[in-house]
Design a protein around this ligand. Structure first.
Ligand code: URA
Length: 206
């Protein structure tokens, strides 16, 4: 199985779909290679393409705020996207582009082995639950292949619709609660094993 650094190099050099032709930089993702919590957005935008880093524009600043609201920094988690190259004019990625790029995401998940995956928005949600609507299933944890999937609205949604800001903040608080849940007794089939840190408000998963 490829390690994260090998994957990073492959993604940077990838020419497996047409998106590579218009990119300045591919954006493999970044963060803790052993993160218990992984965020998956849609695809790089203008700023991300320029810098080769995920979520560094306005939506990323909001994501940073949301992370801090639950006691985390971006270095504590891993952040990546469904497609690693910017779609022209920030259009939605085409299904063929998502499927061409999917093996990188699969390999990143296999390398990191997160306990909780947060799909941000409908494109990432569709990777696990293609028939569901993000507005119906947001902030509801479900187990898939032994990993807890906790879908959330994409942070950019709050930039387009200010009323969603409070909704996203409240959903993030629920994510914080999920991470603080005490570990279930072994074998009871509960989805996550994130031990609460004794004597601290902080989660022990990090
Ligand atoms: N939106 C995304 O989906 N991903 C990024 O990296 C930035 C904005």
């Amino acid at each position: 199985m490829a390690d994260l650094e090998t994957l990073r190099q492959r993604i940077r050099a990838c020419a497996e779909c047409a998106l590579h032709a218009g990119r300045e930089n591919a954006v493999p993702g970044e963060g803790d290679p052993q993160a218990a919590l992984m965020f998956i957005g849609e695809g790089p935008g203008f700023n991300e393409d320029r810098q080769g880093r995920p979520f560094v524009g306005p939506a990323g600043q909001f994501l940073d705020e949301l992370l801090r609201s639950i006691g985390l920094e971006r270095e504590d988690v891993f952040i990546t996207n469904m497609v690693k190259c910017r779609p022209p004019n920030n259009r939605d990625p085409f299904p063929g582009e998502i499927s061409a790029c999917a093996h990188y995401l699969d390999d990143q998940i296999a390398a990191i082995r997160p306990k909780v995956i947060v799909p941000l928005g409908r494109h990432a949600l569709a990777r696990w639950f293609p028939r569901d609507s993000i507005s119906k299933v947001r902030a509801r944890p479900r187990v898939f292949d032994g990993v807890t999937i906790f879908p959330l609205y994409h942070p950019a949604a709050a930039l387009h619709n200010g009323a969603l800001r409070a909704v996203i903040e409240a959903d993030f608080a629920k994510l914080g609660e999920l991470l603080r849940q005490p570990p279930p007794p072994p074998g009871d089939g509960a989805p996550w094993a994130l031990a609460a840190d004794e004597g601290s408000q902080q989660t022990s998963m990090f």
